[in-house]
Ligand binder design. Structure first.
Ligand code: CS2
Length: 490
């Protein structure tokens, strides 16, 4: 019988092969200064990697990583003392064990511990990667009909949502006379800090108006832009990591070499020396967030829907399909960039070149199906804003409507095949998809009735006409029809 390899943890760190980088500081001397909500792969590949560098400079900013619902990350990493491997996929793969996460909690069954951590005076920063849908936003800010928000307002001391936790923690600090923490959103939303602040204030107002006033006066919600392509962990990665470490890591993560974090320098209770780890701090993040959403995430979504309909699996493969690659490049250069109020000194051409090169990286297996999740949340911030700006400026929107039509066709295809959609609006979307006949006016109008996605654009006849035309142009939405439509449009 062969012995099972040991598990990655503090006690096995010293035995790792020399090629594997490991924390350059004494983990025992660090203390938790950050509570992070949303302990998914992006956080672990991106912010935790920055903090791992910083802990060698300032030991006060270790992380308590909280999953709101799933116990999976906690259960995988707690037996590993919070350690996990970050694989950087460049020309050569490099492995680094990240030690920045000192504590893992799952709010669903350890809510009291999460609240205690939030109320702890050492916690001076709360960061979030809870994805677009985690903010429970509707057309007018916080969606009070969202079941989690309704639940939390009924029992604010035992919340479920990210907003509920952020505000409950602040309420405890206020009651105890402890200075508040800064709340830093790291999700792909334009004006993420501003939107989170407004949602927190709307929520707190219903809990107790005095609390809302205190938050308004005392708490900083800086905006940020985060960027690094992080394909989901698969079994191949787990196997490779275990082979190279010589011990088992239950949940390694991977990312491309590129990573960027731009943070508005507005903190209310000190901050980690982020600039020491290559984070850009700025008085005003001035459109960096919008540029990234529109020039990276929007093309990503376009590749995801149009590529999936063409039977393609990954971003790099989509970039090898001539019609699709040419279309997306034209979309970026001719339609998205001209409608972008670019930050000062921003060179769209260089930025686009770099993004296209990242998309083409053949070493990264980034599944289109992963990017296709949550279209109802992503399309408004990624594409519909550009369409609204183009309409306001009297510019054409025909090409911009093709990826939107691609999403509708994708929903129809999934619904017909009986494949579940990963989307908070999966029920209405699937119902519309099932009832679709292929007739453009009928199908498009049914989708446009989803105000949470399409209002107020759906009231503009120019958009309605262009979307119907784009939907019709995709023909039977099979691979040949999509390729032909893209060629015609490019
Ligand atoms: C992607 C992003 O899954 C998606 O929707 O567009 O996760 C993207 O890879 C990152 O934002 C890149 O920074």
């Amino acid at each position: 019988m062969t012995a099972r390899p040991a598990r990655l943890r503090n006690a096995t760190l010293d035995a790792l092969p020399a090629a594997v980088a490991r924390p350059a500081y004494d983990r025992d001397r660090t203390s938790i200064g950050i509570v992070h909500l949303g302990a998914g792969a992006f956080h672990r590949a991106h912010q935790a990697a920055y903090l791992d560098e910083l802990l060698a400079v300032d030991p006060d900013w270790a992380i308590c990583a909280v999953s709101l619902h799933s116990t999976a990350v906690r259960d995988a990493l707690r037996p590993q003392d919070g350690l996990y491997t970050l694989v950087r996929i460049g020309e050569r793969e490099t492995l680094r064990v990240i030690g920045a996460i000192r504590e893992l909690l799952c709010a669903r069954d350890e809510g009291a511990a999460v609240l205690a951590r939030l109320a702890n005076p050492d916690t001076r920063l709360v960061t979030l990667t809870v994805t677009e849908k985690g903010y429970c936003l509707g057309a007018d800010g916080l969606d009070f009909d969202h079941p989690d928000i309704a639940h939390d307002l009924a029992t604010p001391d035992a919340p479920r949502s990210a907003i509920g936790y952020v505000v409950a923690g602040l309420a405890r600090r206020r009651a105890a006379g402890i200075a508040p923490y800064t709340v830093l959103s790291c999700d792909n939303l334009a004006d993420n800090g501003g939107r989170l602040r407004r949602a927190a204030l709307q929520y707190a107002e219903r809990v107790e108006p005095g609390l809302a006033q205190w938050i308004e006066a005392e708490v900083a919600f800086p905006r940020s832009m985060v960027d690094s392509i992080t394909p989901a962990t698969d079994d191949a990665l787990r196997a490779r990591v275990t082979a190279q470490l010589g011990c088992t890591d239950a949940w390694p993560v991977q990312r491309e070499p590129y990573m960027q974090w731009v943070v508005e320098d507005r903190f209310c209770n000190g901050r980690p020396p982020l600039e020491r780890a290559g984070v850009t701090l700025s008085g005003d993040i001035a459109g960096h967030d919008r540029a990234k959403l529109r020039l990276l995430n929007a093309p990503h979504s376009a590749l995801a829907y149009l590529g999936s309909l063409m039977g393609i699996e990954t971003v790099a493969d989509a970039m090898r399909a001539p019609a699709l690659a040419a279309f997306v490049e034209t979309l970026m250069r001719a339609d998205i960039a001209p409608n972008l109020a670019a930050p000062a000194g921003f060179d769209a051409r260089t930025y686009i070149d770099a993004i296209l090169a990242r998309f083409r990286n053949p070493a990264i297996r980034h599944l289109l199906s992963q990017i296709a999740w949550d279209g109802s949340q992503k399309l408004p911030v990624r594409l519909l804003g550009t369409i609204a700006d183009a309409l306001a400026a009297g510019r054409p929107i025909d090409r911009l409507c093709l990826p939107v039509a691609g999403w509708l066709r994708f929903v129809v295809r999934q619904a017909r095949a009986g494949t579940a959609l990963v989307d908070p609006l999966d029920e209405p979307l699937t119902a519309i998809g099932r009832a679709a006949t292929g007739e453009a006016r009928r199908d498009v109008d049914a989708f446009l009735a989803l105000d949470a996605v399409f209002a107020p654009l759906s009231a503009d006849p120019r958009f309605v006409d262009a979307l119907r035309a784009a939907y019709a142009a995709l023909g039977d939405a099979g691979p040949a029809a999509i390729a032909a439509a893209l060629e015609r449009a490019t």
